[in-house]
Design a protein around this ligand. Structure first.
Ligand SMILES: Nc1nc2c(ncn2[C@@H]2O[C@H](COP(=O)(O)OP(=O)(O)OP(=O)(O)O)[C@@H](O)[C@H]2O)c(=O)[nH]1
Ligand SMILES: [Mg+2]
Length: 200
């Protein structure tokens, strides 16, 4: 990875270990818990609750019919990207009724992943807006579910109307290496944004 740790946290000396906080956000069932679980080197903390019959009208599982649980507070995991660079991952709950938790989770976040499911792309609009409004650098990761048409990242960029500098990458949230690449994109993008802010 090309990013120097000190580009992200210039106040630190090159030897000091750096811990960065990243959010993993996106719509309901986009694969946030799956991604955090796939890359975490510690047993991830999960806050899953069963999807109930009562919630059926609001918790649409179209496209993820096998889904039995949903995150009600957060996911937490950790990954050492390389010596002295550790990421702490906070997965957000996907449903609108848990929006009140987002500001708490976003505090101190260096960057974010917005996971997108192209079968229900609109579900990630709110996360994109949230990070844009707060100036938190993010990358969009298109989670390639089976049966979903494979989308050109450029089309996804246009559909989401995001800045040309925002990385849009394809991934399989179940695969460690794929998920790790997503995180690297976010860290590299955040480093660029941080460098740009220092020069203005
Ligand atoms: N085929 C396929 N299935 C996936 C992939 N990622 C996640 N899934 C499945 O999709 C479902 C939803 O995954 P979760 O990780 O719970 O999604 P989430 O975004 O955390 O959901 P909420 O917390 O409820 O918003 C699960 O049944 C996963 O096994 C993927 O890349 N491919
Ligand atoms: Mg979840």
């Amino acid at each position: 990875m090309a990013v120097a740790r000190t580009e992200l946290r210039p106040e630190l000396s090159a030897k000091e270990p750096v811990a960065l906080k990243l959010l993993v956000a996106g719509g309901f069932g986009a694969g946030k818990t799956t991604l955090v679980g796939a890359v975490s080197e510690i047993r991830p903390l999960r806050t899953e609750e069963s999807l109930s019959e009562a919630g059926r009208p609001v918790d649409s599982t179209v496209g993820v019919e096998g889904k039995r649980t949903t995150t009600v507070a957060m996911d937490f995991g950790r990954i050492t990207l390389r010596e002295n660079l550790v990421l702490y991952l906070f997965g957000t709950p996907g449903q609108d009724r848990f929006w009140f938790l987002w500001d708490e989770l976003a505090q101190g976040a260096l960057g974010a992943v917005v996971l997108a499911d192209t079968r229900r792309l609109a579900d990630c609009f709110a996360a994109v807006d949230y990070f844009e409004q707060r100036g938190i650098p993010f990358a969009v990761a298109v989670n390639c579910f089976e049966g979903a048409e494979l989308h050109d990242p450029q089309h996804v960029r246009e559909a989401l109307d995001i800045d040309s500098g925002v990385p849009v990458v394809l991934c399989d949230a179940r695969e460690r290496d794929s998920a790790k690449n997503v995180l690297i994109s976010v860290v590299e993008h955040a480093a660029k944004v941080a460098a740009g802010r220092r020069t203005v």
